[in-house]
Design a protein around this ligand. Structure first.
Ligand code: ADP
Ligand code: DP6
Ligand code: CO
Length: 325
């Protein structure tokens, strides 16, 4: 009744930004990501007959409030699946990633929780079923079941049975690197969940975002298959800018960017001017991820580290999917 799983975060190259069903976490668009080896969550779930409620420890601290409710609601799904509604658990999770700062802690966090929870209660799920379950904890997490490049197919059905991630290319296929440029590890003011909801409901730019996704996805999948780095990078960078543009037109308007975010974006453009192929992407937070190739690692790290306001640069390779410890 006890299991431990490890999952890595992923960085979206084509962003998930908006839900058509908030309860089931069904997206308004398909998305595509690269799993990263640099950031991870390790979670142990132990179901115990003698407990009368769940307990959630994150980084050795007892968690209550909204983050606790998200975990218990997710455990309810696992319990229902297994037909063991009255069985509660202790969850011990260690984030080797800043929590709620735009580094996709919800992705590694819910992927590890789903894998450990399902195993601990005795469910035998294949990757597709595990991805579908994980999706209901945090949408981006359903892609972290797989290593390398993965696509979350939005699906069409109202019950969510056709909404899950599929592997596009394993981590070994292509050694693309990602530098996570850390400006701030403090928790963001607008969670991903609240930010995308406000955007869907109020941003007049949202329709343009949705219209542009099928072509972005088609093009980036061709570019990944061809290992065309410049094409992958430029599509990802443009897709990120489109997503962030939708927030500026929301009501009330908001942005995840800080002044240093923009300095990093400018430096990445300057690097390209100097002949270094590098491209940025940004999730729901101020921190920037920079895509580059292994041969440029030293120069990329140096240039990014010199930017005023940057506190750390963490380098990642493509990471593996779920593993059990
Ligand atoms: P992020 O950019 O870090 O993904 P989100 O706003 O999407 O930010 O999600 C952050 C939330 O994810 C946290 O407030 C918490 O509810 C949840 N979370 C983060 N890490 C874990 C974990 N290890 N286990 C369970 N839930 C987690
Ligand atoms: C900008 O998966 O964190 O990082 O499904 O509400 O938990 P919930 O949101 P979350 O949203 C991620 C948004 C994003 C883009 C992406 O990862 O695709
Ligand atoms: Co998240």
């Amino acid at each position: 009744m006890k299991a431990t799983a490890k999952a890595h975060t992923n960085i979206a190259l084509i962003k998930y930004w908006g839900k058509r069903d908030e309860r089931l976490i069904l997206p308004t668009n398909s998305s595509l990501s690269l799993t990263l080896d640099g950031f991870s969550t390790t979670t142990t779930v132990a179901f115990q007959e003698d407990l009368s409620e769940d307990q959630f420890m994150l980084d050795n601290q007892r968690v209550e409030g909204e983050a606790f409710r998200r975990v218990t609601k997710f455990l309810d799904l696992i319990r229902q699946h297994a037909g063991k509604e009255q069985l509660y658990a202790t969850v011990n999770s260690i984030n080797d990633v800043p929590t709620a700062a735009g580094f996709a802690s919800s992705a590694s966090g819910f992927a590890a929780l789903a894998a450990a929870g399902a195993k601990a209660i005795g469910l035998d799920l294949d990757d597709q079923a595990l991805s579908r379950l994980t999706r209901q904890g945090s949408g981006s997490a359903c892609r972290s079941i797989y290593g390398g490049f993965a696509e979350w197919e939005m699906g069409e059905l109202t019950d969510g049975s056709d909404s899950y991630a599929v592997p596009i290319a394993p981590a070994e296929r292509w050694d693309v690197r990602v530098a996570a440029v850390v400006l701030s590890s403090t928790m963001k003011k607008v969670s991903s969940r609240a930010g995308m909801k406000r955007t869907v409901e109020t941003s007049p730019f949202y329709a343009g975002w949705i219209d542009s996704i099928p072509n972005d996805l088609k093009q980036i999948k061709e570019a990944i298959a061809a290992k065309d780095f410049e094409k992958v990078g430029s599509i990802a960078e443009a897709n990120c800018l489109k997503m962030h543009a939708t927030t500026l037109a929301a009501n009330p308007p908001f942005t995840y960017w800080h002044d240093t975010t923009m300095r990093v974006m400018q430096t990445v453009g300057d690097m390209r001017g100097d002949g270094i192929p590098a491209y940025f992407t940004i999730d729901a937070g101020p921190n920037v991820k920079v895509l580059y190739l292994p041969e440029d690692e030293v120069r990329v790290k140096q240039k990014l580290s010199e930017i005023s306001g940057v506190s750390d640069v963490i380098l990642s390779k493509p990471g593996q999917g779920i593993s059990y410890l």
